[in-house]
Write a protein that binds this ligand. Sequence first.
Ligand SMILES: [Fe+2]
Length: 317
Amino acid sequence: MPDKPEGPQQLLIEELQDMYDVEKQLIRALPKMAKAASDEELGNALREHLEVTKGQMQRLEKVFESLDLRARSKPCKGMKGIVEEGQETMAEDREPVLMDTAITAAGRRVEHYEMAGYEALRDMARQLGLKDAAQMIEETLREEIQADKLLAQIAKRLLKEAGTAQGSKGSEEKGQRSKGSSSRGSSQGGAGASKKKSGSSRQKNSAAKGSSHSGHPLTDHEEIRQWAEERGAQPSCVKGTGSKDDTGMIRLDFPGYSGAESLQAIEWDEWFEEFDKRNLALIVQDTTAGGQQSNFNKLVSRDNVQERGGSNSRSAR
Ligand SMILES: [Fe+2]
């Protein structure tokens, strides 16, 4: 470390302290985000990023060490604001698939904020000839970019799932219903109850709060089977996700669902074996906000729904 206490070196130290606080705040926020997520992949991604973040904090400590400094944090107001906004979002009442989409957006804000911070830090370190520090910061930067990419991918899938249900509602409204198939929701978590009609979706969402058409988790095999059979849904798995001894990702396949080509029918026994092995719960909705039978369903981690308690766990065992 060059000996001048002020100037670029001091700026670098302050930026380091800022990022140290960013990571600390994130370590507190990520478990809450993971808990609020219904989507299995999203929950896992957030939990994994928590571990990565802990590593990043330790790496920052090493950067401080390489500069003969003790790790200290300087409160980062920007991150505080992003985290607070994320918490507000998670407190809102939304369909699980839309809540998950909102969580990916909050997560991506965090990642981009961190990417900007680390990129600036890396450049400062390089400029000052602090090779080790620059390399460590670069490593963290790459992890943040990776995390953002994964969240973007998940968001894309979630939007598709939300859109599938919305799209089928659209054709129903145009009177193109055939054998009732177009009113079927996605087997992968379509937002059956709050399909948007321009301008009124907000009111619809708030009207749905805590009512009988909010999703509830099922873990009982008979109840799940009955719910699915009432809707003509078949047990299935996603093609290409399994192996010889592994069923892969299970789903419910609804007649007329456009993603059917990607699904493969399996027996209920196999479906439930995978369901229990992976400790899953099926969040279902009985009726839409409009009172029609809903196909909304989503597979989530059982731990998640049990922790939530309240009306959400009325059928969970
Ligand atoms: Fe980070």
